[in-house]
Design a protein around this ligand. Structure first.
Ligand SMILES: Cc1ncc(C[n+]2csc(CCOP(=O)(O)OP(=O)(O)O)c2C)c(N)n1
Ligand SMILES: [Mg+2]
Length: 601
């Protein structure tokens, strides 16, 4: 007998799903039986068993980010389903197609306040609002799967199918009866070409051609349009800033690429935005308007696949719905070649200077290790095919600024949700999706203690399946929930609240060794370079436990006067680290005045 669960796997196979990230429970017993049978027959999808359902959802999100395919995760009813939520919101916020399959109690028990009975339709109604359905009969399952898959792909969002456990084990109905009241769905989805009409493109070109100082901002929507973005930037003599999820769009070796934008961004991007007369935004919903031109300062053109994202952060003169690559290709012949490259030269000079500021900052002394140097030294050693996964603490700042991405590399983090602890689940998914590439998780000790310690067990259990065994976990061991400590000081004007901020000590390297992985602890700046060399030559996954200084501030590229007042009030108001922080801040500022003497090597 083919069960409903066997049929679901068969259908997912037809949809091209090779892997399901998940965790068991009796709510998905039928699915587990089917996964077992599929594994025995050496067909997909295969289960990747995680340590916590939240990780499974984060892995599904990363799967989508690193492959462009849909990510699929699975959990049991009640507690398992609830655990998925944060990872699902991560996918939703970053517009990734993810299907989640969750178990539910038997149909006969529903409404009976049964054990582990949670109103899953309501629970998932927000995160999967585009499509959340519960199967009530086998004849319905085919179209539930087809629609959940298609809607997730088409809307680039999260969808959810709830499967009562008795249905999972019933006989499948692969073809619903040909009668009134049945639904006859099929497999497959083809992405459309989305290009604005010629008149809109002409208007966009008119605005862009009239600009004397064009700033471009590219986001995740421009990944895959590298050549087209370069061609347009060349034609316009523009500078280009990158939103964090779009870090891989352009190589940082291009002299007019000013790097990241925003609180974690670069001074060169700040200058680009505050001095431009025209803004061209491509595939980005970067949220902080204060880092964009002021209203009225620049004329705006925007292209985004999602019409809801248009003219949202800056009032655009020409807001266009379109695919980045297709739209830029259609736009290019309409753009005039520049003769005056004065603006471009200014952008390049700012950028070149900024890299020297960063180098100076990275090489400044700290106690014991300056976290910026850890990233700076990684940057020059990055393998060409690396996949970088950053966490939401200070690692995100240093990833944003100090890492020079080159063509062919990939990188991501939790952008919209900015949740803690995606870095290791993302890196694990990266290894399953691209077993021949090196994955590096960059995270704090807080994130490591939140779920990294647990998912390292998954790494230890599975790494031998990967063609290239290298998964490297960098732990910024600063004993602090550092990013929030800075926020307390600069946003709240409060001193560090030791009770909330301290991260208890833990020997990450010894723990890694206990799991049979390599673990290195580094306490001296001169050991950072050799540490990366060794990790990149390792024959198994490695944990790098680096003792970093929590008093090195991630200074934003622009600091409003109120933030300075808050900061001083916090540091002079009994902050135990006040004077050390002030000294480190002064060093950071000094690096802006007197940067390193040469550009990056
Ligand atoms: C799930 C979740 N909880 C809390 C936060 C708020 N938060 C953002 S960064 C951060 C501190 C991270 O500390 P750690 O991982 O040690 O990195 P560090 O900043 O110290 O480098 C916190 C608590 C969050 N973003 N997500
Ligand atoms: Mg920390």
């Amino acid at each position: 007998m083919t069960t409903v669960s066997d049929f679901i796997l068969e259908r997912l196979r037809e949809w091209g799903v090779a892997r399901i990230y998940g965790y068991p429970g009796d709510g998905v017993n039928g699915m587990l039986g089917a996964l077992d049978r599929a594994e025995e027959q050496a067909v997909g999808p295969r289960l990747v068993q995680v340590r916590h359902e939240e990780s499974a959802a984060m892995m599904a999100c990363a799967h989508a980010k690193f492959t462009g395919e849909i990510g699929v995760c699975m959990a049991t009813s009640g507690p398992g389903a609830i655990h998925l939520l944060n990872g699902l919101y991560d996918a939703k916020a970053d517009h990734q197609p993810v299907l989640c399959l969750v178990g539910q109690q038997r149909r006969a028990a529903l409404g009976g306040d049964y054990q582990q009975e949670v109103d899953l339709l309501s629970l998932f109604k927000d995160v999967a609002h585009e499509y959340v359905q519960m199967a009530v009969t086998p004849a319905q399952v085919r179209h539930l799967i087809d629609r959940a898959m298609r809607i997730a792909l088409d809307q680039r969002t999260v969808t959810c199918v709830i499967l009562p456990n008795d249905i999972q084990e019933m006989e499948a109905v692969p073809v619903p009866p040909a009668e009134h009241g049945t639904v006859h769905s099929g497999v497959g989805y083809v992405r459309p070409r989305v290009v604005p009409d010629p008149a809109t493109l002409d208007r966009a070109a008119e605005v862009l051609n009239a600009g004397k100082k064009v700033a471009m901002l590219v986001g995740a929507g421009a990944l895959g349009a590298t050549d087209e973005v370069i061609a347009v930037a060349q034609r316009l003599g523009a500078g280009v800033a990158k939103a964090l999820l779009g870090k891989g769009v352009l190589p940082d070796s291009l002299p007019y690429v000013t790097g990241s934008i925003g609180l974690l961004g670069t001074r060169a991007s700040w200058q680009l935005m505050s001095e431009c007369d025209t803004l061209f935004m491509i595939g980005s919903s970067f949220p902080y308007s204060e880092f964009l031109p002021q209203e009225g300062q620049a004329r705006g053109v925007q292209v985004d696949l999602d019409g809801r994202k248009l003219s949202l952060r800056y009032p655009m003169e020409v807001p266009m719905v379109g695919d980045a690559r297709e739209t830029l290709t259609a736009l290019l012949p309409r753009l005039e070649t520049r003769t005056d490259f004065g603006w471009r030269e200014q952008v390049e000079a700012n950028t070149e200077r900024w890299w020297r500021v960063l180098e100076k900052r990275a090489m400044d002394d700290a106690v014991p290790i300056n976290p910026q140097r850890v990233f700076w030294e990684l940057s020059s050693r990055l393998p060409a095919d690396v996949i970088l996964c950053a966490d939401s603490g200070t690692a995100a700042s240093w990833y944003a600024r100090d890492i020079r991405m080159e063509r062919g590399m990939m990188g991501s983090l939790s952008g919209g949700l900015a949740t803690m602890a995606p870095a290791l689940p993302y890196a694990i998914a990266a290894k399953f999706c691209h077993p021949g590439r090196v994955a590096i998780a960059l995270e704090g000790d807080g994130a490591m203690q939140m779920n990294g310690i647990n998912e390292l067990i998954t790494v230890a259990a599975r790494w031998r399946e990967w063609d290239d065994p290298r998964l490297i976990v960098l732990v910024l061991n600063n004993g602090d929930l550092n990013m929030v400590t800075w926020e307390e000081r600069s946003l709240g004007g409060d001193r560090r609240f030791d009770t909330s901020q301290a991260v208890p000590p833990f020997d990450y390297a010894a723990y890694a060794r206990m799991l049979g992985l390599e673990g290195l602890r580094v306490e001296r700046p001169e050991d950072i370079g050799p540490m990366w060399e060794r990790a990149l030559q390792a024959k198994c996954p490695v944990v790098l436990d680096v003792l970093t200084d929590p008093n090195v501030p991630p200074v934003p590229p622009h600091v409003p006067a109120q933030a300075v007042r808050n900061y001083m009030k916090a540091l002079l108001g009994g902050d135990a680290q006040g004077s050390a922080v002030l000294r480190a801040t002064a060093r950071e500022m000094w690096a802006e005045i007197v940067p390193a003497g040469r550009g990056p090597g």
